[in-house]
Design a protein around this ligand. Structure first.
Ligand code: C5P
Length: 222
């Protein structure tokens, strides 16, 4: 990638975790730092793209020069992405969306009582699948974290979610994925073609992802 090679392209990025509330002060979430998605948003911006970043709660400052929307729950993230999806040409879905939410969230903070408690959970919406069903000619890129059978499972996800490719990472590799400033991923297509990339800073990886998506974008509208 070089400065300006994505001039005017419309890039939608999701980042960070979601929070699924059990009551007003407790939630289910995960340790996503948001750094991968913010790096994609910043890389696209620096290459001239118009960027919308939809982010779950992170410790990172909103990047300058990017339209930024903060959300908390998977439902809110879906709503924010739906607002911008038709506008977008490329969606990079790097958010770590929680898979489950409370079936009956409490409206008040409940005092603890007893020694045991059960919690009924229901699935959150699959955001990528929902957006893929509304896809016109947008290019979709996802992420997958697998502990085993990575490439086969990732290719299956790419097919199910209509993705151009999916960035597969392993939570067990030291210093990658959640939280770190570097990441090591394998790019996997629907056909199961796998291109392992070396470990590199998330910003560099962001540029590699954009390089890979760029030739798939629809021709620019004059
Ligand atoms: O199925 P899995 O959660 O492993 O798929 C990961 C990909 O799907 C990621 O790109 C993630 O952002 C996206 N995802 C989603 N909605 C969900 C769960 C995951 O869009 N509810």
């Amino acid at each position: 990638g070089f400065p300006g090679d994505l001039a005017g392209r419309r890039v939608l990025v999701s980042a960070g975790p979601t929070r699924e509330y059990l009551d007003p002060v407790r939630f289910l979430s995960n340790p996503s730092s948001g750094r991968m998605g913010y790096a994609v948003a910043e890389a696209a911006r620096d290459r001239g793209a118009e960027v919308v970043l939809v982010s779950g709660p992170t410790a990172l400052p909103a990047p300058a020069g990017v339209h930024f929307e903060a959300v908390e729950t998977a439902e809110e993230m879906l709503g924010a992405l739906l607002k911008h999806f038709a506008w977008s040409e490329l969606l990079v879905m790097s958010a770590a969306v929680a898979d489950w939410r409370a079936a009956h969230p409490k409206g008040e903070k409940e005092a603890k009582s007893g020694e045991r408690q059960t919690l009924e959970l229901v699935r959150t919406p699959d955001i990528l699948e929902t957006l893929a069903a509304r896809r016109r000619n947008q290019v979709l890129v996802g992420f997958a974290m697998e502990t085993h059978a990575g490439v086969a499972r990732a290719a299956d996800k790419a097919r199910r979610k209509g993705l151009a490719f999916i960035c597969l990472n392993y939570p067990t590799r030291e210093g990658t994925a959640f939280g770190g400033s570097e990441n090591e991923v394998t790019l996997v297509t629907q056909a199961g073609d796998a291109e392992p990339l070396p470990r590199m800073p998330k910003r560099e990886l962001a540029d590699r992802i954009l390089d890979r998506a760029k030739p798939l974008l629809p021709p620019p509208t004059p």
